[in-house]
Design a protein around this ligand. Structure first.
Ligand SMILES: CC(C)(COP(=O)(O)OP(=O)(O)OC[C@H]1O[C@@H](n2cnc3c(N)ncnc32)[C@H](O)[C@@H]1OP(=O)(O)O)[C@@H](O)C(=O)NCCC(=O)NCCS
Length: 177
């Protein structure tokens, strides 16, 4: 395991994750909260995994359960566009398996990734954002200590209308507290 928590562990993304990722990324209930909107083929998903694992400026990990089942992939979490000069990166997270929503798995997975960002990558800040109607994600960010830094109005067209995007930031000194 790459990073170990109580309920979840984070491990590198594997080629065989492609079909489960594809399932999540084609589920309207999941992608309503994400920036992607086009259907994804298995070949595209495999290519994405290959590119991701080669990337020098992002780290994407698969979230796997520890309890009640060991090693079941339920989502992924990432730090992307890692900027070494200014010491920041952008957090992304999805619990793709809806049976695991609202049990604290997302918060723990994000916490592990953020800890890695500050402690191992020596980041100074982590950027993130959520669509304004994504109450679970907004609450998760606030619980993790992110500060709301802005709101871009009517930024993303989702479900037939424009949604605002809420911008978040978390500084290293705030995390240490
Ligand atoms: C957003 C997401 C990562 C949160 O992970 P999760 O495991 O479902 O959420 P958690 O159980 O850790 O809950 C986090 C907080 O959200 C809030 N929350 C949970 N359910 C909620 C609901 N139905 N309505 C509003 N807030 C809710 C709570 O404050 C909760 O913390 P608490 O239970 O300690 O009070 C996950 O739901 C997900 O992947 N959703 C689909 C994709 C997505 O939205 N990704 C994020 C894009 S920015």
């Amino acid at each position: 395991m790459f990073l170990d928590g109580q309920k979840v562990g984070l491990r590198p993304v594997r080629e065989e994750d492609a079909s489960i990722f594809q399932e999540w990324m084609n589920d309207p209930e999941i992608i309503q909260y994400l920036l992607i909107y086009l259907p994804i083929t298995l070949a595209a998903e495999r290519q994405w995994i290959e590119n991701t694992n080669k990337s020098k400026d992002s780290i994407v990990l698969t979230i796997v359960t520890k309890t009640p089942i060991d090693g079941k992939p339920i989502g992924n979490v990432a730090l992307v566009t890692i900027n070494k000069k200014d010491g920041h990166a952008t957090l992304g997270i999805v619990i793709g398996d809806k049976d695991y929503h609202e049990y604290g798995y997302g918060t723990e997975a994000a916490r592990l990734m953020i800890g890695y960002g500050f402690n191992q990558l020596n980041l100074h800040r982590i950027n993130s954002s959520a669509l304004a109607f994504n109450k679970r994600s907004i609450n998760m960010h606030l619980k993790l200590g992110f500060k709301k830094e802005g709101r871009q109005r009517q930024k993303i067209f989702k479900n037939g209308k424009y949604a605002d995007e809420v911008l978040f930031g978390l500084l290293r000194e705030e995390w240490k507290k």
